[in-house]
Design a protein around this ligand. Structure first.
Ligand code: F3S
Length: 63
């Protein structure tokens, strides 16, 4: 299964991924997104969030 990963340094905290996929992404206290539930995307394996992130901070790991 592909797992989404947020690159902490690349994330600018725009929160687009959280708006798109609140099941999967959440904003941390440091105003960076993190993956709270990597297997909760039922539709696109988070491809849309990865494509939409303006900083290209969302990548994938096989796992
Ligand atoms: Fe950060 Fe990109 Fe989400 S900048 S808040 S990982 S859309």
């Amino acid at each position: 299964m592909k797992k989404p990963v947020v690159d902490y340094d690349a994330c600018t905290g725009c929160a687009t991924c959280v708006e798109m996929c609140p099941e999967v992404f959440e904003m941390g206290d440091d105003e960076k997104a993190f993956v709270k539930a990597e297997d909760k995307c039922d539709t696109c394996d988070c491809e849309e969030a990865a494509d939409t992130c303006p900083s290209e901070a969302i990548t994938f790991e096989e796992g």
